[in-house]
Design a protein around this ligand. Structure first.
Ligand code: GH3
Ligand code: MG
Ligand code: MG
Length: 448
C-alpha cells in the first residue's frame, strides 16, 4: 500500500474538484498541509502549466487543467511532490534541532561565564581578606587598624564616609572621608553612627561623650548633598565591649548584599585585631607599672625622663625633677610590720599622684624612693609643689592597724641647666639635694 504523503493529498484534493476554482484557505483545510507548503507546491505546479490561478475578491483561487495530464506526468508530479515535501520536513526538523542546540549552547556559555565570574570574585575576596587581615593583625593601635580597614575597603566597597566607634575611656570615633565630602555630612554621619550604636547596643549615653580621630582620603567625588545609604556591623572589640563600623554612601545607589557581606566578614578580623591591641596594651601597661602602688616603675621613669630631658634641652624649656625618700622607713616597718609599711607606700603614692598634673610623671624609683618629673616647670613652681607634698605627707594620717601611722618625706629637687649634657646629671643633682635633705634633718625640700 502506497503511503499517502501530504503533497499527494493536496493533489488529490485538487483532483477531486476538477476545473473548479478552489480557494487557498480551502486547500489548506482539506489537504491538512501548512499554508506555506500549499503555497510553495501551488507555485511549483503553476510552473508546470497545470494550474489555473485566479484572483477573485481579494482571494486566490486555483483550478486544475485536467486535459493533457498523462499518467506518467502525474507520476512524475507525485514523485516530485513527495521529494519536495520530504526536503521541507527535513529542513524544518533541522531548523528546530539547530534552534535547540543554539539555546543549549547559550545556556552552557552563560553558566560557564557565571561560574568563572563567581570564581574570580571569590578569589578576589580571598586575596582582599588575606591582605587586610595580615595588615590589621600587625597593627599596634586602634587608629592604625581602622585606617587600614577604611583605606582597603575603598577598593571593595563604594562609600564616601567611614566611621568606626569603640569604647575605650570614652567613645572613640575613627573617621575617614573622601576629601570632597563637606564637614556637615561628617557630622551627620557621626550622629547617625552614635544613634545606630546607641540603638543596637542600648547605650544612650553615647550621644554626648566622644573623641574623634579623623582621617581624610584624597579622592575626587562631588557630593550631591545628603547621605543616602549606610551599612554597618558590630564587632567584639574585647570580650566585654562591642565596637561598631558604619559606611555611608552619598550617591543614590543602595549598597549591594555583597558589600554588606564584605563588612560582616571583616567584623571577625576587626575583633581579632582589636583584641590583640587590647592585650598588647595590657602587657605594655603591666611592663611599666609598679605592682604595689600602681604608679609607673623605674623602667618607665627612665624612658620618660630621657625623652623629656631631650625635649627640654632641644627647645630650651624648663624641666624639674624631684627625688623623694620616705624618712626612717625602716622604723615604720619595724614598728608596725612590713604589711603596714606596704600600705604606707601605696597611700603615699596615691597622695602624691592626687597632687600632680596629668603631664607630670610620677614613678616608684625603688623601695621607698619615688621620683616626679615635672615637664615645662621652672624651679619656682616645682618648689611650691614639693613643699605642698612634704607638708601634706607630714600631716597625713596613714591607716595603721590600731593607730594611724605618721611618716615624713625628704625631697631633693633640681631643674635642668644648660651645662647639663645628659639626663644623669640632672638626676645626680636631685639625688645630691635629697642626700642634703637627709643629712640636714629630713622632712625638708632642698633644691638647686
Ligand atoms: P632614711 O630616712 O635615711 O631614708 O631611712 P630609711 O629607713 O627610710 O632608709 P633605709 O634605706 O635604711 O631603709 C629603707 C627601708 O625601706 C628598708 C626596706 O625594708 C624598706 N622597704 C623598701 N621597699 C619596701 C617595700 O616594698 N615594702 C616595705 N614594707 N618596706 C620596704
Ligand atoms: Mg631609701
Ligand atoms: Mg628612706
Amino acid at each position: 500500500m502506497a503511503i499517502v504523503k501530504p503533497p499527494l493529498r493536496l493533489l488529490q484534493t485538487l483532483l477531486r474538484f476538477p476545473n473548479e476554482f478552489v480557494g487557498e484557505r480551502f486547500l489548506v483545510q482539506e489537504s491538512g498541509l501548512p499554508t506555506r507548503v500549499v503555497r510553495r507546491l501551488l507555485s511549483r505546479l503553476n510552473l508546470n502549466q497545470l494550474l489555473i490561478k485566479e484572483h477573485r475578491e481579494g482571494e486566490t483561487y486555483y483550478g486544475l487543467k485536467l486535459e493533457g495530464i498523462s499518467t506518467s506526468l502525474l507520476k512524475l508530479i507525485r514523485e516530485f511532490l513527495i521529494e519536495e515535501e520530504n526536503l521541507i520536513q527535513n529542513y524544518e526538523k533541522l531548523e528546530i534541532q539547530q534552534r535547540i542546540y543554539k539555546q543549549q549552547l547559550e545556556a552552557k556559555e552563560n553558566e560557564a561565564y557565571k561560574a568563572s565570574a563567581r570564581f574570580v570574585t571569590y578569589l578576589n575576596a580571598l586575596v582582599f581578606l588575606e591582605e587586610i587581615s595580615s595588615i590589621i593583625l600587625r597593627s599596634q593601635t586602634f587608629s592604625q587598624v581602622f585606617k587600614e580597614i577604611f583605606r582597603r575597603l575603598f577598593s571593595a566597597v563604594n562609600y564616601e564616609i567611614g566611621v568606626a566607634a569603640i569604647l575605650e575611656d570614652k567613645l572613640n570615633l575613627y573617621i575617614i572621608r573622601k576629601s570632597s565630602i563637606p564637614r556637615d555630612l561628617i557630622e551627620k554621619s557621626i550622629y547617625l553612627t552614635k544613634e545606630m550604636m546607641g540603638v543596637t547596643l542600648s547605650l544612650p549615653y553615647l550621644l554626648q561623650d566622644y573623641i574623634i580621630m579623623e582621617e581624610i582620603e584624597e579622592a575626587e567625588v562631588a557630593p550631591s548633598g545628603k547621605i543616602q545609604h549606610r551599612i554597618g556591623t558590630t564587632f567584639q572589640k574585647d570580650p566585654m565591649t562591642p565596637g561598631y563600623i558604619t559606611l555611608f554612601r552619598i550617591e543614590d545607589e543602595p549598597f549591594l548584599a555583597d558589600e554588606k557581606q564584605v563588612l560582616d566578614i571583616l567584623a571577625t578580623q576587626m575583633a581579632l585585631a582589636c583584641q590583640n591591641i587590647t592585650a598588647l596594651q595590657k602587657i605594655q601597661q603591666l611592663a611599666i607599672t609598679d605592682d604595689l602602688t600602681g604608679i609607673y616603675n623605674k623602667r618607665y621613669f627612665r624612658q620618660a625622663f630621657w625623652k623629656e630631658f631631650e625635649r627640654a634641652s632641644r627647645y630650651n624649656i624648663p624641666l624639674s625633677l624631684m627625688m623623694m625618700d620616705l624618712d626612717h622607713f625602716k622604723r615604720i616597718n619595724d614598728k608596725y610590720g612590713h604589711q603596714i609599711g606596704d600600705v604606707v607606700l601605696s597611700e603615699f603614692a596615691a597622695l602624691v599622684l592626687e597632687m600632680t598634673r596629668s603631664t607630670d610623671i610620677f614613678a616608684r624609683y625603688g623601695g621607698e624612693e619615688f621620683s616626679l618629673i615635672l615637664p615645662h616647670t621652672p624651679l619656682d613652681a616645682s618648689k611650691e609643689i614639693a613643699e605642698r607634698i612634704r607638708s601634706r605627707v607630714e600631716q597625713y594620717a596613714f591607716p595603721g592597724e590600731e593607730f594611724p601611722v605618721h611618716c615624713t618625706v625628704s625631697i631633693g629637687l633640681a631643674m635642668n641647666k644648660e651645662e647639663y649634657k645628659s639626663p644623669e646629671e640632672l638626676i645626680s643633682s636631685a639625688d645630691l639635694n635629697l642626700y642634703k635633705a637627709k643629712t640636714m634633718g629630713r622632712n625638708m625640700v632642698i633644691y638647686s
